[in-house]
Design a protein around this ligand. Structure first.
Ligand SMILES: Cc1cc2nc3c(=O)[nH]c(=O)nc-3n(C[C@H](O)[C@H](O)[C@H](O)COP(=O)(O)OP(=O)(O)OC[C@H]3O[C@@H](n4cnc5c(N)ncnc54)[C@H](O)[C@@H]3O)c2cc1C
Length: 220
């Protein structure tokens, strides 16, 4: 990503270029608001795309999972594609093939490097964990075994693009003159009140960061 345009030919949008965004700040804004990354790799069995949590640290996006995760193990040192999508609304046109969605999406392409240094791995895992809510510091710290069983991959944000759609459907003039409804149905995601685990011991309350989620925009 660069301030003025795409970083490479393969991150250059050819269709819907009016919705293309390459500004690092705007790309980071979408990543900050997003929650799930779809991580795609090519494997011997064929391509696979899996949903994962993520975090952004410096100029990199970080993903993690069990060392048993075949996709993560296979993704070390190879070219991956990571997509983050937020749907902001349904765009209802007068004719179904003109329907759309309002959205913010980011596509990142690049080499995934394993984060192996123990202190670096711990910091990366905190970043991923705290991306949604900063609850790392108030929970039981991870054990040596937890760390050993967790694989972290880092992908540079260099080859990143965003696509952002907002506003009304785009209908043909003859449809606008017709009898069919058109407009936008907004979609919002709001965190609910925390629910105690069934096996929670008496007298234990959620941390302020967990309590503070209730009623807030999950993509805010
Ligand atoms: C929620 C949602 C639903 C969508 N539904 C459809 C659908 O049903 N049908 C459909 O055809 N398209 C849909 N799109 C748009 C789709 O993601 C592609 O942008 C579009 O299809 C163009 O694809 P292309 O391969 O021709 O893009 P190109 O312009 O050739 O892509 C070139 C490069 O631009 C970048 N790029 C492309 N798309 C995106 C993106 N969405 N976000 C960030 N960077 C991008 C990538 O780096 C890509 O390699 C949807 C997008 C979103 C977010």
């Amino acid at each position: 990503m660069t301030e003025h345009g795409p970083a490479s030919a393969r991150t250059t949008m050819k269709r819907g270029t009016n919705r293309a965004v390459y500004s690092p700040d705007e790309i980071r804004g979408v990543l900050q608001a997003g929650m799930i990354a779809h991580v795609g790799v090519t494997t011997e069995d064929g391509p696979i795309v899996l949903p994962m949590a993520y975090g952004v640290r410096g100029d990199n996006i970080l993903i993690h999972g069990s060392i048993a995760n075949a996709m993560l193990r296979g993704g070390r040192g190879i070219d991956v594609c990571i997509t983050v999508t937020i749907v902001d609304g349904l765009v209802v046109a007068r004719s179904p093939l003109h329907n759309s969605m309002n959205y913010r999406s980011v596509v990142i392409r690049g080499l995934a490097s394993p984060v192996t240094d123990p202190a670096d791995q711990a910091d990366a895992l905190k970043v991923i964990n705290d991306h949604i809510a900063p609850i790392w510091d108030t929970a039981r710290p991870p054990s040596k075994i937890d760390y050993k069983q967790t694989l972290v991959l880092s992908v540079p944000l260099t080859e990143a693009s965003a696509k952002i759609r907002g506003g009304d459907p785009i209908d043909d003039a003859e449809d606008i003159a017709g009898p069919h409804w058109a407009g936008v149905v907004p979609l919002t995601s709001t965190w609910g009140e925390p629910i105690d685990a069934a096996d929670l011991n008496d007298g234990i309350v959620p941390s302020p960061a967990v309590v503070g989620l209730a009623g807030t925009d999950a993509h805010g």
